[in-house]
Each structure stands twice: as C-alpha cells, then as structure tokens.
Design a protein around this ligand. Structure first.
Ligand SMILES: *Cc1c(COP(=O)(O)O)cnc(C)c1O
Length: 392
C-alpha cells in the first residue's frame, strides 16, 4: 500500500492531473506503464525484493491508480481497488462476524440493498434499514457493543437524500461501530468523508471516477491501517477480487481529468435543477443543491465545489407519462448507470422493482458534459410530448 502520510506541497487537482507526478525510472516516461505480468522472477536468495510475486494479490498499475484515489480521499491507510463497486462494498460486509449488527439506509443503491437482504441473514448478521436523514432513527437503531457497522450513502440513490456524515460518525463511534460511506454520487471532489470522521469510503469507480462508461471498478479508502483494514486486504487477495491492470490503467487516465469533469457536470446539474423546478410537467426536483431541498443545509456543510451530477425529477402526470417522456429524448441516452461524460435518463422504478422506495413517477438524470442548453432543450421537448421525428 502506498504511503500517503507525508503532506503534499501541491493541491489535489495538481497531483491528480499528473497521476501523482511519478516518472518511470527506466524510460523517464510521464505516463506509468501498464503492468500485465502475472508472475515475477524470484531472487537467488529465494526472496522477492520487488515485493511482487503473483498478480492476484497485487499489481503495480493498480497501485498507481490507488495512490491517486488515496490522495483525493485523504486516506491515511490508502486505497484498494476491486473488480466492481459491488465487490468493494460486499468486502466490507464480508469482514463482519456472525452475531454482529449493521445499520444501513432505507434509500441506497438498490443492488447492494438486495444483496444485504439476502446475504446478511445467511451469515447470521442482523441488519436494520433506517431513514438516514433522520439521526434520531439512526440513534434508536444502534445496539451499543453489537452494532459493528453503520453504512450510509450520501447523496442517496435515487432520491438524493443527504446524511450528515460527521453526526453519523459520532453516533456510530459512541456505539462502538465503524462508519462506512458510499460516496459514489458525491465523488472526492465534493465530499471527503474520512476528514469528517468516517472510517471507510467506498466508490463505484465505474461512475464518475472513471467517467467514460467503459470500466467496471470499485474502491475502498481507509482512515486507519487497523486490523479491519488489513482484513479487507486479505478478503480482496483471497477472494481474487482485485481490479485488472487494463481497467486500472483506464481509470488512472480518467482520474487526471476528474476535477474538470466533476466541476462541469455538477454545474450543469445545478443549472438543470433550477430550470426544471418551474417546468409545468415536473412536480418535484430532487437535488441537494436547491436551497429548499430538505438536505440542502447539511449538504452545504459537507459538500464543496458543487452538489454533484445526479438529480431526479418527478413527473406530474404520473408513471406512464414519465416512461413516455424518457422514450422521447434524443440527446439524453436512455440507460442505467451514472457519472459518465454522456447524459443518461432512467425510469428508476422499472429497475428497482417492488419494495423500492423510488416513486413510480421518477426519472433519474445523470448529467454529463454536453451543452446545458442542449440538455434542457431535449428534456423540455420530451416532457412537452414533442414526438416530431426530426426535432433538434
Ligand atoms: C453503481 C453503484 C454501485 C455498484 O457499483 P458497480 O461498480 O456497478 O458494482 C454502488 N453504489 C452506488 C451508489 C452506485 O451508483
């Protein structure tokens, strides 16, 4: 794991732009090489002086991308890349013991919630889902000494509810539990949960960290290199869940432009939220950047440089009108996922199915880097029911 404890003289965006500024010693290349070897020569004295012996536990290209993410998250323990966001998230729950108790949010990434519902009982781990924007609900759910993990997601997909990270960390720690944060929708550009008291940050790096919809990856970043953190490393190595080198290389290339992409996407999301608020076809805009959003005050405290690239709208005429509007867009792409440079629209209830807290009239919007007037114009025409085949 790279040592990230020494203070850096430069700002995060400067270090990320140069992928930490490392120069490859043999050729003096400014781009780190892609290490594909699965095996490494053993020394005559039977050791491995390089520290590398086999590619399942460790890879030099993966380490390069991990160093950038650890720097961005201010993660003293470093970062660990996994083959997907789900592999990273499920490693944290796999590290728990039978008899432990977990508190997780009602509003969270749907596939992870489904996995928790199915897998936690089989592992004899009790789990309660609570509204995490209500700290009293979290406090009431904690079982001091037995609750070992509080998992939060902020802003929470797909309603973009905001959880107070610092307050949740205080409550979790007072009960003897760790706080883990799914920070995918915030990105390290807007929120650094470890600096607010969280113990572990998780990202689906498939989303804005990679940002080009061509890599599936996940990452954990840790506050302390304690026994729990090393157990996560053991789980990744033993389970063979490390990210592949090609994906790590693409991810590192993307991290160089993360600051520019996040700033542009977040500015466009804020502009669209403002313009959609007064749209006659829209009954509600869910975006923590709006001053009257219930999560705005907390978001303004714990997010900077914007409120993220995700928002949802509710369609006044109901579910069928929402599905029909999504069918009419030309520029927006009707697809799942989020955080890419191309804007995506999704009727989320169709994905989440029964039991989801997602209202059926909701459209989820992931805002990319296209011209914001084009994005608004296309959505406006779709919402007004304009079916003209050649409309611009
Ligand atoms: C996509 C996503 C995940 C899962 O990540 P994968 O890379 O698809 O496995 C987890 N949490 C959030 C908030 C996500 O958007």
């Amino acid at each position: 794991m790279p040592d990230e404890t020494t203070p850096h003289p430069f700002q995060a965006r400067s270090l990320a732009a140069q992928a930490m500024g490392r120069i490859e010693p043999v050729t003096r290349a400014v781009v780190a090489p892609l290490h594909v070897s699965t095996t490494f020569l053993r020394d005559p004295d039977n050791g491995y002086a390089s520290g590398f012996s086999y590619a399942r536990p460790d890879n030099a290209t993966v380490r390069e991308a991990e160093a950038v993410i650890a720097m961005l998250e201010e993660a003293r323990a470093g970062a660990m890349l996994f083959g997907s966001g789900m592999a990273a998230a499920t490693a944290v729950f796999t590290a728990l013991e039978p008899g432990d108790h977990v508190v997780a949010p009602l509003v969270m990434y749907w596939a992870l919630k489904r996995w928790l519902r199915e897998e936690m009982p089989r592992r004899h781990i009790a789990i309660d889902f609570v509204p995490m924007d209500d700290l009293d609900a979290l406090r009431a759910a904690l079982r001091p000494g037995t609750t070992k993990l509080v998992w939060i997601e902020t802003p929470g997909n797909p309603l973009w509810t905001v959880t107070d990270i610092a307050a949740a960390a205080r409550l979790a720690h007072a009960a003897g539990a760790r706080l883990a944060v799914d920070s995918t929708a915030a990105s390290p550009i807007h929120t650094r949960p470890l600096t607010l008291g969280a113990d572990i940050v998780m990202h689906s790096a498939t989303k804005i960290l990679n940002g080009h919809s061509d890599v599936v990856a996940g990452v954990l970043a840790g506050a302390e290199a304690d026994a729990f953190w090393s157990r996560l490393g053991t789980i990744r190595a033993g389970g063979g869940a490390i990210l592949g080198p090609f994906e790590a290389y693409l991810l590192m290339r993307s991290l160089r432009t993360l600051h520019l992409r996040a700033a542009a996407q977040s500015a466009s999301a804020a502009e669209l939220a403002r313009r959609l608020e007064s749209h006659p076809a829209v009954s509600a805009v869910l975006y923590p950047g709006l001053p009257d959003d219930p999560g705005h005050a907390v978001a303004a405290r714990q997010m900077d440089g914007g409120f993220g690239f995700m928002l949802s709208i509710r369609i006044a005429a109901g579910e069928q009108a929402a599905i029909a509007a999504a069918a009419r867009v030309r520029l927006w792409k009707r697809a799942t996922s989020l955080g890419g440079v191309e804007s995506l629209i999704e009727h989320r209830a169709s994905v989440e199915g029964p039991g989801s807290p997602c209202p059926p009239d909701l459209l989820r919007l992931s805002v990319g880097i296209e011209a914001v007037d084009d994005l608004f114009g296309d959505l406006d025409a779709a919402l007004r029911g304009d079916d003209t085949p050649d409309r611009q």
